[in-house]
Design a binder for this molecule. Structure first.
Ligand code: RM4
Ligand code: MN
Ligand code: MN
Length: 426
């Protein structure tokens, strides 16, 4: 972790400016009837999981350019995740990907995480790639394969991931499969979906009572003609057929261009089936760009729905994870910045005057309805985020504190370059 003195020194220098900005914002909010202290406490409750694979350099499917000091194993990945949480105070959990980050000794990994104030979030299985020691290939599918033996192998992998997750204190399994087809006629649509339902039920049966199973849809890729769980409709149907604790997971990058994602959020939640969220941003497809980097207003509109649902149902608590691929930035910086962007969208959504909005909706005043949303979105809530971080022991400006700490330079010395510059994966 970064030396507490480095963070303290950074905060001390920034504190006078923050105090002034916070006081000014407090006055402004008070004129709107909002208590800034309440908002800051709410900001502090925000948490989003880090993907274990996110602290490495991702890349594109063409190439990957490894950065200095890349973590070489899951323990080093946890070190990086703990730095992200130390400075941002918004990422207390890590979502593990199996087999990419399969621990040999789960107990040792749990202790290592706990010593760094980290816990484990949803587990991610992987049947979109072949592993060296497996009997059957997933080239033509996994949970939906025409061969029962292949399906069984994929089911068993998911069950093994659940067993591992139990030892780590996780409470959910996220299932994303790449199953689909590249040619019309290649796959029987109804049969493959029927196989999916059977496989999902078999996995669900192995789930502990206090676990959720999260089904992630994705429109295309790696299958380019058809994908079995391609949209929220398929994911909803599968979750509904599988069981009560089986829910849908929405990844911001997994939709057709221009799709109204905030409406999908609303629909799934209305029927009790929204279980999780993967944050990232995109311009064209599943680009996995940093959250809020392309369309922060969309991120805000998504949170506008999430907050609206949360206020109506306090038990609503979806699993949140950042799902990004870093190719040209330091992943630690990107993940800290993204966590703050998602937190910012959450805080702004809390500022929406819901009573006024409902009034404008009911009196058919579209201009003022959208102006009510914009009033919250346009306000700069940075001092609230900074104050929440500082009070929790984080850095007022996480990126500046991280750069001042020279953490990357120091791990670059301890972790020699792996030399792998092959194609990217996420
Ligand atoms: C997929 C999907 C999954 C992620 C993999 C690596 O596109 O977003 O959530 O685990 O990529
Ligand atoms: Mn995802
Ligand atoms: Mn994705």
């Amino acid at each position: 972790m970064i030396k507490p003195e480095v963070v303290a020194d950074h905060n001390q220098k920034q504190a006078p400016t923050l105090e002034a900005d916070y006081a000014a914002l407090g006055e402004k909010l008070a004129r709107r009837g909002v208590d800034i202290e309440q908002l800051t406490r709410a900001a502090d409750t925000f948490a989003v999981a880090l993907p274990s694979w996110g602290v490495g350099t991702g890349g594109t499917r063409f190439a990957r350019f490894p950065g200095p000091g890349e973590p070489r194993n899951i323990f080093e990945k946890l070190d990086d995740c703990s730095v992200i949480h130390q400075l941002s105070q918004a990422t207390p959990t890590v979502s593990l990907h199996i087999p990419w980050d399969r621990p040999d000794d789960p107990k040792a990994l749990l202790e290592y995480a706990q010593a760094r104030n980290l816990a484990f979030d949803a587990m991610n299985s992987n049947t979109f790639q072949d592993q060296a020691d497996q009997a059957y290939s997933y080239k033509y599918g996994s949970l939906t394969h025409t061969s029962e033996a292949v399906r069984q192998q994929a089911i068993e992998h998911n069950v093994e991931v659940v067993e591992l997750g139990k030892k780590l204190g996780s409470k959910a399994l996220t299932v994303w499969i790449g199953d689909g087809s590249n040619f019309p006629g290649q796959q029987h649509f109804r049969n493959s979906f029927a196989h999916y339902l059977d496989s999902a039920r078999a996995i669900y049966d192995a789930l502990p009572d206090d676990w959720n199973m999260l089904l992630e849809h994705k429109m295309f890729e790696p299958a380019f003609y058809s994908t079995v769980i391609q949209d929220w409709g398929s994911s909803y149907l599968a979750a509904r057929e599988t069981g009560e604790r089986c829910l849908s997971l929405v990844d911001l990058g997994h939709h057709a261009p221009n799709v109204n994602i905030e409406m999908i959020v609303s629909r799934l939640a209305q029927f009790g089936k929204l279980g999780g969220f993967h944050f990232n941003d995109s311009k064209y497809g599943d680009d996995d760009l940093d959250s809020g980097s392309i369309d922060p207003y969309q991120l805000f509109l998504v949170f506008n729905e999430l907050v609206d649902i949360q206020q109506a149902d306090s038990a609503f608590a979806p699993f949140y994870m950042l799902d990004q691929s870093h190719n040209v930035t330091d992943p630690i910086e990107s993940l800290m910045y993204s966590a703050a962007e998602v937190q910012r969208a959450f805080v702004k959504a809390l500022l929406v005057d819901r009573e006024a909005l409902l009034g404008y909706q009911n009196s058919s005043d579209p201009l003022m309805a959208q102006a009510t949303l914009k009033q919250a979105f346009n306000l700069d809530v940075e001092p609230v985020l900074q104050m929440a971080r500082q009070r929790a022991g984080g850095a007022i400006d996480p990126i500046a504190a991280y750069r001042a700490s020279e953490y990357r330079q120091s791990v670059a010395r301890d972790r020699p370059q792996s030399g792998q510059s092959g194609s990217g994966i996420v």
